[in-house]
Design a protein around this ligand. Structure first.
Ligand SMILES: [Fe+2]
Ligand SMILES: [Fe+2]
Length: 190
């Protein structure tokens, strides 16, 4: 099975935009948090988070199908491929079915909102609370690219209270706070 270094090399080959790379690191961190919480294989789940948007920059029109082909060529596990397919069921026809599928779907859009909310705060990810994320979620003009319907569907899929899910994603993302540039010490630098 390819490891995280292989996955990072693949990501760097396909994705040049810093923003998209960070999005993939953020989703990876959130999915890894859930893997630990649920006793799943963190390395496998992490690969799905890290690579789910592999082709978004180069082939947005057929996303995620080109990425899936690259994962198949690379010998990635079937459950990773299924999760990547099911994070866009409207394009692939593959619905989220497994725990990993549901977690990936549920972490994808909300992580973008949390990232944007962190950038507005002096202490970033250090002390952000679900309550302020929910407030931003309700403000449709804030981070307008974050699809609120997908956020709602993800919460429904994961079957947790909205605040609990947001808290989990925050805790996961906090572990990647440095690479995401959303710690207080990063934000207060400039
Ligand atoms: Fe995607
Ligand atoms: Fe994504």
């Amino acid at each position: 099975m390819p490891d995280r270094n292989d996955a990072l090399a693949l990501l760097h080959e396909w994705v040049e935009t810093e923003g998209l790379r960070k999005h993939m690191y953020a989703v990876e961190a959130a999915v890894r948090f859930y893997a630990r919480k649920m006793g799943a294989d963190e390395e496998v789940w992490g690969l799905a988070g890290l690579l789910h948007d592999l082709d978004w920059e180069k082939h947005p029109d057929v996303h995620p199908m080109e990425g899936v082909e690259a994962l198949k060529r690379g010998g990635y596990p079937e459950e990773v491929i299924h999760a990547v397919l099911s994070h866009r069921p409207e394009y692939t026809g593959v619905e989220p079915e497994t725990d990993l599928d549901r977690v990936l779907y549920a972490c994808d859009e909300i992580s973008g909102l949390i990232h944007a909310a962190c950038l507005m705060r002096p202490n970033g990810i250090d002390d952000i609370k679900p309550k302020s994320v929910v407030k931003k979620l309700k403000d449709k003009a804030f981070a307008a690219g974050v699809d609120r319907e997908q956020v709602a569907r993800g919460i429904e899929l994961i079957g947790l209270d909205r605040s609990e899910h947001i808290q989990n994603v925050i805790e996961g993302m906090r572990e990647a706070g440095e690479v995401l540039g959303i710690r207080g010490e990063d934000l207060q630098k400039d």
